[in-house]
Write a protein that binds this ligand. Structure first.
Ligand SMILES: *Cc1c(COP(=O)(O)O)cnc(C)c1O
Length: 465
């Protein structure tokens, strides 16, 4: 392909993108595809000769698109959102085109410096203290793994990387039983092991861990000769939005000299609204590491996860490696690849810059406030449906409910709703029972879109009951 052809196809694809977004409401949110249906339409072997872009794009529309679930659909209420505000898409087009690998300051100084500024802008927007720095990662899972590795190294006097863990005894990490599976995985792959991840039951209206239960667990482990290494708290757990009492949990962790990580992958975005901080964010400023995903609720196209660090030194002492070919000369520059596990880095900060400049903090706040208010309204509508039960009350814009009947009936209802296609919801489990989750957070959703959940639930229920 020459660059004149590239110019033409780029314009066609930009037009296609606008049309796609303008017609999203006409499509079922979740793909209606059977397993193997898409792969079965592909030739068994790669083409021998090159083909026309026209033919490739035609197949993209006819074969690939029918197998897509529409995450930017305004009636996407499943999982958590993966919002891509249009300005962040434009930034990604530029990043794709310049296609730099931004591992070191010198491999693209602008990428490093914009990243530093964007982390600081977001720190301010989330009400975190001056002096906190951070780094942009691909995902919260990577940020959490970085924090768990740091806990491991700090607890072993920074000898785990060199010596391995065979002589280190049991390193223990503490969290509630409401954490995301990325915390389990971080413990698996860091060599700490699932058996050494101590889960404190979440209790009370926020489903958070009780600080005295945490303290008792740490004391018991010390008495048993184990080595406590760190505490992981959550604001906005994936299942039902669980929130730990951040200040009291931090106090316990600090009293035992433990490293602390806060997983606010989803709910962190809402902390740009000062009014939510009193209930959900007090104490956050004291955590050693905090992860939040601008690629979820905030609107920065996937992927984009920010890890804030009170002091980057422990993580750098854990992850930095400097073979000869990566040495750079001169000056005090930041090489962000020393802060993370992958060496290669995309220029993710650009989309945050485009997003924040296009909407301003106030434009993003307005969306999140609407989402929280509409989720509350919808929750009342569902509570009023005959025989329906709200299982967990709204935490920010997430709540869960059950229809009359057993667990199998919950699954039948959620499957039937998703087959209907007007809205997309997902199921979950809470206190041993199947629940149906609703989260409101898609960037373009309107109040009418949100209320469509009630209509879909009511009509589909009447059909299948
Ligand atoms: C989404 C989510 C994660 C995982 O985020 P990735 O960026 O997909 O790794 C972790 N924790 C919570 C609370 C989440 O909502």
């Amino acid at each position: 392909m020459n660059w004149d052809e590239f110019r033409g196809w780029s314009k066609r694809i930009a037009d296609w993108g606008a049309d796609y977004h303008l017609t999203l409401r006409d499509r079922p949110v979740r793909a209606r595809t059977r397993p193997g249906e898409i792969a079965g339409q592909f030739p068994a072997a790669p083409p021998e000769a090159g083909e026309d872009m026209a033919a490739i794009l035609k197949d993209f529309e006819e074969i690939v698109m029918p197998g897509m679930t529409h995450w930017q659909h305004p009636r996407f209420f499943a999982y958590f959102p993966a919002n891509a505000a249009p300005p962040s898409m434009l930034a990604e087009q530029l990043v794709n085109t310049v296609a730099a690998q931004c591992m070191l300051w010198q491999t693209s100084p602008a990428a490093t410096e914009v990243e530093g500024v964007m982390v600081d802008w977001l720190r301010q927007a989330l009400g975190l203290p001056e002096g906190m720095t951070g780094v942009i990662q691909d995902s919260a899972s990577s940020a959490t793994l970085s924090a768990v590795l740091t806990m491991r190294e700090r607890a072993t006097g920074y000898t785990g990387n060199a010596d391995g863990l065979s002589q280190k005894g049991a390193l223990r990490i503490y969290c509630s039983d409401q954490v995301h599976s990325s915390i389990d995985r971080a413990c698996w792959v860091s060599g700490i092991g699932q058996a050494n991840l101590v889960k404190i039951p979440g209790t009370g209206p926020r489903h958070g861990m009780a600080p005295d239960a945490l303290d008792a667990a740490i004391r018991a482990d010390k008495a048993a000769g184990h080595t406590p290494a760190g505490v992981i708290a959550i604001t906005g757990g994936t299942g039902v939005g669980a929130c730990d009492p951040l200040g009291p949990v931090l106090e316990v962790a600090r009293a035992h000299g433990l490293y602390t990580h806060l997983d606010a992958a989803w709910a962190g975005a809402a902390m740009i609204c000062p009014e939510y901080r009193e209930a959900y964010w007090q104490g956050a400023e004291g955590y050693d590491s905090i992860v939040f995903n601008p690629h979820k609720w905030l609107g920065a196209q996937f992927d984009c996860s920010v890890q804030f660090l009170r002091d980057p030194a422990p993580q750098l002492d854990t992850l930095r490696i400097e073979p000869e070919y990566l040495r750079t000369s001169g000056g005090a520059v930041t090489n962000y690849s020393e802060w993370t596990i992958p060496l290669g880095r995309r220029f993710r900060a650009l989309k945050i810059w485009f997003l924040l400049r296009s909407y301003g903090v106030s434009g993003l706040q307005a969306r999140i406030r609407n989402h929280v208010a509409w989720a509350g309204e919808l929750c009342e509508e569902i509570r009023a449906l005959d025989g329906f039960e709200i299982v967990t009350e709204p935490i920010l814009s997430l709540f869960s409910f059950r229809c009359p009947g057993d667990d199998a009936m919950q699954q039948r209802l959620v499957d039937a709703i998703n087959d209907d296609g007007r809205v997309y919801l997902t199921q979950g489990a809470f206190a041993g029972r199947r629940i149906i989750r609703v989260q409101v957070g898609q960037f373009d959703t309107t109040r009418a879109d949100v209320m469509c959940v009630r209509d879909a639930v009511k009509e589909v229920w009447e059909k299948i009951r």
